[in-house]
Write a protein that binds this ligand. Structure first.
Ligand SMILES: C[S@@+](CC[C@H](N)C(=O)[O-])C[C@H]1O[C@@H](n2cnc3c(N)ncnc32)[C@H](O)[C@@H]1O
Length: 197
């Protein structure tokens, strides 16, 4: 049994922030494990928004939440994460993306770089100062590879006086292991006159 992997590292990094988070997003609900983690570790007043484009994913997520008596604080949304802005007005404290396809289902329904970037921008537009966004990318399959490259480009260009972006992966694993990125919003906006990088 492996102690470290990209998703466990994401949970580990987000945990402290969740204690005070009020508005939390799971951008890819899938089997519901991350939604359950977010619901379990937030206070009773918090709202967890969980998005997926596959009904089967939301059915699984709802079942898991019900089994853990945690469905009350979760809003399950059968829609693309690219439409997050249609549902959430509040500022967002924590968001998770676990990219790729639903394990055990067809690989053809997978996250797409174009929509992932739209969703990320919508979340960044609403992210509170001190807020965190985690993204686990899977460069081991072809769409995941393209998605990872596009995301990496965007992350490297983010102004460091507003965001800090970290990256974690297994350095000895072959076949393109998953890569975790964590974005923290450190200031509200770029200050005029200051260097953007
Ligand atoms: C790797 S799974 C997520 C795993 C999940 N977080 C868990 O804990 O089990 C990726 C999910 O993203 C979903 N997905 C793909 N494109 C999406 C989109 N545009 N909006 C929302 N969800 C999407 C897929 O249907 C799939 O269920």
């Amino acid at each position: 049994m492996q102690t470290m992997n990209a998703v466990k590292m994401a949970h580990h990094i987000l945990l402290d922030k969740l204690a005070t988070a009020k508005c939390v997003v799971d951008a890819t609900a899938g089997n519901g494990n991350d939604t359950l983690f977010l619901a379990r570790n937030t206070c009773d007043q918090a709202v967890v928004w969980a998005f997926d484009i596959q009904e089967a994913a939301l059915v699984k997520t709802e079942r898991l939440l019900l089994a853990n008596s945690l469905s009350g604080k979760v809003r399950l949304i059968l829609d693309s994460h690219a439409n997050i802005g249609k549902y959430i007005d509040d500022s967002i404290d924590v968001a998770m993306f676990n990219l790729g396809y639903l394990p055990g289902y067809g690989h053809e329904i997978t996250t797409q770089p174009y929509f992932t970037l739209i969703a990320l921008q919508q979340i960044l537009n609403r992210l509170s100062v001190g807020g965190l966004v985690s993204l686990v990318a899977y460069p081991g399959h072809s769409t995941g590879y393209d998605e990872h490259i596009e995301l990496q480009k965007v992350f490297c260009e983010m102004p460091q006086n507003v965001y800090t972006v970290g990256c974690w992966s297994m350095v000895n694993h072959v076949k393109c292991p998953p890569v975790l990125y964590v974005i923290e919003k450190v200031r509200s906006e770029a200050r005029e006159g200051s260097a953007s990088r």
